[in-house]
Write a new protein. Structure first.
Length: 371
């Protein structure tokens, strides 16, 4: 069945794990059309559980789009900036979808499930937009949006593979980073990818809604006391420590992937794709701004849209900020002019609560996991 979206897009949806989150005492918030857990006990404790052991996330709000058949690859080549032709069956790649002015419509992961079939995971807030964009530009002959039929459970952390192997009764050491596989566990069809949004090793388990509870419960059955449920709060601080972009913060329709530090997923030589010509113009002209990292001890936690100043001149803005549980200092990403004046080692002022605080521009990412 194609086009399974409700007529009323303002409906607030619940994930198939909603009753479990409430039983665990999670604080629930509305996010991207869903009621989602923001934390269960402590955002910092959940963050550190993922860094030191493992955590489980309900990410059912994310969108799953399927492209099937002999025309799927060609559509994805024209829709995304990365080179889909380089994907073998069982591989995935990070990419972006552009508008015609080379602004970012969404950042996505494309998975090649088998020789002819692909899955794309899109951001929760953008799934309706991308659904419409695909149909507007390519029709729906090889495209199916099953976002509301699938749940996504993520297991992330140093102990993720050991827990997963025991829980699903199989060895997943052969699944490479950004690999994907399909199999059946206890008569449950599973799509399993070694991907995530935390900077740690981990897996994303994509199953039909009716099987989400069985997977969730099985992970906690074998995971021990160290395994924690993790909400959106820690998910945000985890991704910020490793400088993974968040749509609506680092990425927007008026931001191009080159200034966002995502030039590595742009393959201008692969051929035509939406926004390519405009992006080539931008590259040829040279970037006027780029994303930078900042770290400091003094002052409050920076927030999205805080102004960045050099002297009396406002020169940029903060996209994301938090207190880093690993570093125990404040960290932020933000856009600044593309000049030597703003290279790592220099300083700028962040305006917060009508005061300005001098902060250092630093190399990123803020955190790298031990191998």
């Amino acid at each position: 069945m194609r086009g399974i979206f409700l007529a009323n897009q303002n409906t607030i949806r619940k994930t198939p794990l909603d009753h479990i989150h409430r039983k665990l005492g999670a604080r629930m918030i509305e996010f991207a059309g869903y009621e989602m857990p923001v934390w269960y006990t402590s955002q910092i404790d959940e963050h550190m559980a993922v860094r030191k052991y493992a955590g489980v996330f309900d990410l059912t709000h994310m969108g799953e789009l399927f492209f099937r058949g002999p025309g799927a690859k060609d559509i994805l080549q024209k829709l995304t900036t990365n080179n889909v032709a380089k994907l073998n069956a069982g591989q995935a790649q990070y990419s972006v979808i552009l508008n015609r002015n080379a602004g970012i419509r969404d950042d996505v992961i494309v998975y090649r499930i088998n020789e002819t079939d692909y899955m794309m995971v899109v951001n929760a807030a953008n799934q309706v937009k991308i659904d419409g964009w695909v149909k507007e530009n390519f029709g729906a002959s090889v495209f199916e949006n099953l976002s509301y039929e699938y749940a996504l459970v993520a297991l992330q952390g140093p102990k993720a593979q050991a827990i997963l192997d025991e829980a699903l009764e199989s060895d997943h050491s052969g699944l490479e980073y950004f690999g994907v596989m399909t199999f059946t566990w206890r008569n449950v069809p599973v799509i399993l990818a070694r991907t995530g949004y935390t900077g740690e090793d981990g897996f994303e388990i994509i199953i039909r809604n009716q099987h989400a509870e069985a997977i969730w419960n099985r992970l906690f059955e074998v995971g021990g006391e160290g395994l924690k449920p993790v909400g959106l709060g820690a998910r945000d601080t985890l991704r910020l420590e490793v400088c993974y972009s968040l749509y609506g913060n680092e990425l927007e329709e008026d931001i191009n992937p080159l200034e966002a530090g995502l030039g590595w997923v742009v393959k201008l030589k692969k051929g035509e794709f939406i926004g390519r010509d405009k992006l080539q113009e931008i590259k040829d002209a040279g970037l006027t701004r780029k994303i930078r990292g900042m770290a400091f001890q003094t002052g409050p936690v920076p927030r999205h849209a805080n102004g960045l100043f050099k002297g009396d001149k406002e020169v940029g803005y903060v996209t994301s900020g938090c207190l880093s549980p690993v570093r125990n200092d404040k960290i932020a990403l933000g856009y600044l002019p593309n000049s030597e004046e703003f290279e790592p080692g220099s300083t700028v002022d962040i305006e917060m609560h009508n005061r300005r605080f001098n902060v250092k521009i630093v190399e990123t990412p803020f955190y790298k996991r031990s191998e």
